[in-house]
Design a protein around this ligand. Structure first.
Ligand SMILES: [Fe+2]
Length: 399
């Protein structure tokens, strides 16, 4: 007997005959599910529903067919996921800040400490990748450098999972991202936090953070080859214009190519001491426009395929005059992600952020939509803080 079930109900032993994504878009063919890792991989490829054959494999525990259990259709689960992601983000941010402060004060740290933080993020990414990325995009902590490290780690895990990395692969990749700017702890704060443009001398000092970080990681003996490549090559550029070694093209490792794209994407989407933020969609366009010269097209494609046209956490203006935050990319219609509605047509705030699917048609005409995106916005464009609204909601709903 064939049954359509939610991806959350899929467990090892079941036999999958089809998914809601084309087999051409995912590296799987109909098969028996052998491990939880395969389920996680299907989730990473944005499979939300599958059809199982209960004569060739396992069945649901009570032999009944449930409707899909997508968190987006269950506000209490969505709120709980948001709440867990917020807690994980805060914990990792505070522990990473401690690691960095210790380094700044000349003390060391153990690999175990960094591993714990990345493992905590991996667990959350496996549980619900959208909510963690959404929180990391929306949250702007005071200490840009540390926040940037945590956010780049989250983004790297999101992309790494999408690329099908193993758990250990994710650990090394995420650790590289978490520690890539460690050398900035050895740069004077007044230069790091200087608003506006740096002079030539200050710029040269900032650039030493790559060597300083690498030397430190090697001295402490806490880093794998992958971590060293992420930290050592994240400012290298395909046309040789990067630093510290001016590497070109394939002189840069795959880790280094991915690191460059992830570092720039997170740095530009977040506000910091010397500039305002840009909306994620514009940042992707910026990277794409300079892509052939500066960034590896495959690395850019991995990021853009993974986060979609409107990455989770992007603030959006809709044609109804309402404002929303993108939550889940939609591969079939990239301009119609699932969103959380924050304001109403009259401009007032929604009592709680309302989950909305932008593919919802207007009346009976499937070519007309109830709501469409007019533009992506930066946080400075809005006269409110979207993170505070999401935070209040998740704290209230998940109680
Ligand atoms: Fe850097």
């Amino acid at each position: 007997m064939k049954k359509k079930i939610s991806i959350d109900q899929l467990v090892p032993g079941m036999y999958v005959v089809s998914t809601n994504r084309s087999w051409l878009q995912i590296p799987f063919f109909r098969k028996r599910i052998k491990s939880r890792e395969i389920v996680q991989k299907l989730k990473a490829y944005r499979v939300t529903e599958v059809v199982i054959d209960t004569e060739r494999g396992g069945d649901l525990p009570d032999s009944s067919s449930f409707g899909p259990l997508n968190p987006f259709d269950h506000p209490e689960i969505l709120a709980r996921n948001m709440n867990q992601s917020m807690a994980a983000h805060s914990k990792v941010l505070s522990e990473t800040t401690k690691i960095m402060e210790d380094v700044r004060n000349g003390e060391g740290f153990t690999e175990k400490k960094a591993d714990e933080q990345v493992n905590l993020l991996i667990d959350q990414v496996m549980e619900d990748p959208q909510s963690l990325l959404c929180i990391s995009v929306l949250k702007n902590a005071d200490e840009f450098t540390f926040n940037h490290c945590v956010n780049t780690a989250i983004l790297s895990l999101f992309v790494g999972q999408f690329l099908g990395m193993s758990r250990d692969g994710l650990l090394q990749f995420g650790k590289g991202a978490l520690l890539h700017d460690l050398g900035k702890c050895m740069i004077p704060r007044e230069i790091l936090m200087k608003p506006g443009k740096l002079n030539q001398e200050e710029e040269a000092i900032i650039k030493t953070h790559v060597h300083k970080g690498l030397d430190y990681l090697k001295k402490m003996n806490v880093a794998s080859e992958e971590v060293l490549l992420f930290a050592g090559e994240h400012h290298e550029r395909m046309d040789g214009s990067g630093y510290p070694n001016g590497l070109r093209g394939d002189q840069i490792s795959w880790y280094g190519k991915l690191a460059a794209v992830l570092d720039v994407y997170d740095a530009i989407t977040h506000e910091n001491y010397y500039k305002n933020s840009e909306d994620p969609k514009s940042v992707l366009e910026f990277i794409a426009s300079g892509g052939s010269k500066s960034f590896d097209p495959k690395a850019y494609k991995a990021l853009s395929d993974c986060v979609g046209l409107y990455p989770p956490g992007t603030l959006l203006m809709l044609d109804t005059g309402e404002m929303a935050v993108s939550y889940e990319p939609n591969n079939r219609s990239p301009d119609r992600p699932k969103v959380l509605l924050l304001t109403r047509v009259d401009g007032g705030f929604c009592a709680t952020p309302e989950p909305i699917d932008l593919t919802e048609p207007k009346g009976n005409d499937p070519s007309q939509f109830l709501r469409s995106i007019v533009t992506a916005m930066t946080h400075e464009d809005a006269n409110f803080n979207p993170f505070e609204i999401i935070e209040k909601y998740s704290l209230h709903e998940s109680r």
